[in-house]
Design a protein around this ligand. Structure first.
Ligand SMILES: C[C@@](CO)(OP(=O)(O)O)[C@H](O)COP(=O)(O)OP(=O)(O)OC[C@H]1O[C@@H](n2ccc(N)nc2=O)[C@H](O)[C@@H]1O
Ligand SMILES: Nc1ncnc2c1ncn2[C@@H]1O[C@H](COP(=O)(O)OP(=O)(O)O)[C@@H](O)[C@H]1O
Length: 283
């Protein structure tokens, strides 16, 4: 048991960026086969847990528009109870910073943090692999947050290989729109045949985001934010949007760019992480 993480701790749920995202095919069930590079950044949601002896799982502060029962935190906790035959309960409090429909994996990261934290606090002893498999049933982005390292991902995002991360800072802009992932993947004009690459061939800076032209065409605010960010070099959209980002070698460069942000745009700066802050919770 790691003494640093207790019931009283604040558990981080960091954002992810897709440094590139290619659609390389489609599964028989219609899901798209991807290749992508997941990197965590030091900015995100925070979760708090308190034990309940009545076996219930409750979210004390549900998000506007998301009923408690369908919130990914509650679904993750109940899934874990079921998988481990656990009779203990928990109250969850979610400090939300990541935008919904932002392409930063906020909901998925919240779910992964619940699985990691409650596996630890309830002393269930499920393995990392088992938690990744459980997480995949909640969403394709959940496993990588449990995997915990910068990763080259394939399949729908569940086949993961750790890759070394170079130190970098990111300026992330949050266009004032929520992009529904399903609309982007359903678009007839989406390019679905980018040739697959070998994981070993990926280098920082390689690859684009195949979802970006579709999101930009349908959500002009995404296009406007991306166009502004291009002045600092190669800017990209993360996931299915709406957020866009640019990479900088150091904090000073990223902060200098943020200082020029027009008043009608919102953004923040954060360093890339080498690993998920809860990586050490599992062997
Ligand atoms: C695009 C990515 C890239 O990291 O991130 P986000 O933009 O969500 O952060 C993910 O692949 C998002 O995966 P996930 O979080 O499971 O997507 P969901 O919102 O559950 O998917 C909504 C719908 O999009 C379609 N979908 C999703 C993923 C995929 N690989 N192929 C698909 O065709 C499916 O119709 C699915 O029902
Ligand atoms: N804890 C949660 N945080 C965010 N979204 C959630 C959560 N639980 C359920 N959702 C649902 O998941 C959708 C996708 O949210 P999110 O993962 O934040 O965005 P994205 O997939 O674009 O990164 C939201 O629109 C919301 O309806």
């Amino acid at each position: 048991m790691n003494p640093a993480w207790t019931w009283g701790s604040a558990y981080p749920a960091p954002a992810k960026l897709n440094l590139f995202l290619h659609v390389v095919g489609r599964r028989a069930d219609g899901y798209h086969l991807l290749q992508t590079l997941f990197r965590f950044v030091d900015y995100g949601d925070t979760l708090h847990f308190a034990p309940r002896e009545d076996g219930q799982v409750r979210l004390l502060n549900p998000l506007p528009g998301v009923p408690e029962e369908s919130d990914l935190t509650v679904r993750a906790a109940r899934l874990l109870q079921q998988a481990a035959n656990c009779t203990r309960g928990a109250d969850i409090r979610l400090e939300k910073r990541l935008p919904m429909g932002g392409g930063l994996g906020g909901g998925s990261s919240d779910a992964a943090t619940v699985l990691l934290a409650l596996n630890h606090l309830w002393q269930l002893g499920l393995s990392r692999e088992r938690l990744q498999a459980l997480g995949l049933t909640l969403g394709a982005d959940v496993p990588v947050f449990i995997f915990g390292r910068t990763a080259f991902a394939e399949g729908v995002g569940e086949a993961l290989q750790a890759v070394p991360a170079t130190p970098a800072w990111y300026l992330v802009l949050q266009p004032p729109v929520a992009v529904p992932t399903v609309d982007i993947f359903r678009a007839p004009e989406l390019k679905r045949d980018t040739p697959a690459m070998a994981a070993a061939d990926w280098r920082p800076g390689l690859g684009g985001n195949d979802l970006e032209p579709v999101a930009c065409a349908r959500f002009p605010e995404v296009a406007r934010h991306l166009a502004w960010l291009q002045r600092f070099g190669r800017a990209r959209m993360s996931g299915s949007g709406a957020c866009v980002f640019a990479e900088f070698p150091d904090q000073a460069g990223a902060e200098a760019a943020l200082a020029q942000l027009p008043p009608d745009m919102q953004g923040w700066v954060a360093p890339g992480l080498d690993s998920h802050p809860l990586y050490g919770l599992l062997p």
